[in-house]
Design a protein around this ligand. Structure first.
Ligand SMILES: [Zn+2]
Length: 281
């Protein structure tokens, strides 16, 4: 291999988030001989599932989603998958009580979860860590938490002498707006749907420091998405919004060709970098 192999650690909230936001970047890095490590915070047991097909709830859904995650990781060339094992905090108005024997991710102190992630960063001699933008994309509480935990874990690794660059996996906000408008033409949205809530989601295009072309890895990305079969359909009506906010399938067409990152603190002067191992200039 021509280049010095590096280690990319991608940190995600739920099984399936890797497929939408970073799958192409992961597959591209693995194909070039870099080490790709996937860390997932929660079991995804509050995810939407097509119950008629899977009949899965709670523990059963967690087991299904864990298998789906393994299949997705295999499709992307992931060398190691780490499940931090916290319970899904859900996206409803209230956080449910902790399940028996578990703790919901948002109830785990940031420092505690960050120590678990920092351990992986140090074991792996990570070069780059991907997390989420401060908005947590569309604001799911577990995604906001990934941002916070990721930032703290990088600090802890630095204290141990390991400098890990942090990149926020995101999508240009303007593109999300277009996707929502498209989806509104196709799906019935609940009457209280607030289009303007997406005005502050993800990141403005002007802040993007990395735009990674991933079309060559679209097949792997699609395979990763398909691996998460339990999340592919979720009924109609209000649940459509659930599907859309949790995993915006209508946006697939828009995200298959590129993935986007913001490197905080990096002042971009020219075009975005096209490789996560490069610093934007
Ligand atoms: Zn998620």
């Amino acid at each position: 291999m021509a280049e010095h192999p590096q280690t990319l650690v991608v940190f995600h909230a739920h099984p399936d988030d890797e497929a939408l936001l970073t799958a192409g970047t992961m597959a591209a890095a693995a194909a070039r001989g870099h080490r790709v490590v996937l860390v997932v915070a929660t079991d995804g047991a509050l995810g939407l599932a097509d119950e008629s097909a899977h009949g899965a709830k709670g523990d059963a859904l967690a087991a299904t989603r864990s298998r789906e995650l393994a299949a997705s990781a295999a499709a992307l060339g992931v060398a190691r998958t780490v499940r931090l094992g916290y319970a899904d905090s859900g996206s409803g108005p209230e956080v449910f009580p902790d399940p028996p024997g578990g703790r919901r991710f948002v109830r785990v102190p940031v420092d505690e979860a960050a120590r678990a992630l920092a351990t992986v960063l140090l074991e792996e001699s990570a070069d780059v860590l991907t997390t989420y933008d401060p908005a947590g994309g569309y604001g799911h509480r577990d995604h906001v938490r990934v941002h916070e935990v990721g930032a703290r874990a990088a600090e802890l690794a630095r204290e141990q002498g390991r400098d890990v660059r942090v990149l926020w996996a995101t999508v240009p906000r303007e593109l999300i707006g277009r996707g929502i408008d498209l989806a509104m033409k196709v799906y019935r949205f609940p009457p209280d749907f607030d289009r303007s809530s997406f005005d502050t989601a993800y990141s403005p295009r002007s802040r993007i420091t990395h735009r990674v072309p991933v079309r060559r890895h679209a097949r792997a990305k699609r395979a990763a998405m398909r691996a998460h079969a339990s999340q592919a359909s979720g009924g109609e009506g209000d649940r459509t919004l659930g599907v859309l906010s949790r995993l915006p399938w209508p946006l697939f067409g828009l995200v298959l060709g590129r993935e986007w990152f913001v490197e905080p603190g990096a002042e971009r002067t020219g075009h975005p970098a096209t490789d996560v191992f490069e610093v934007a200039t």
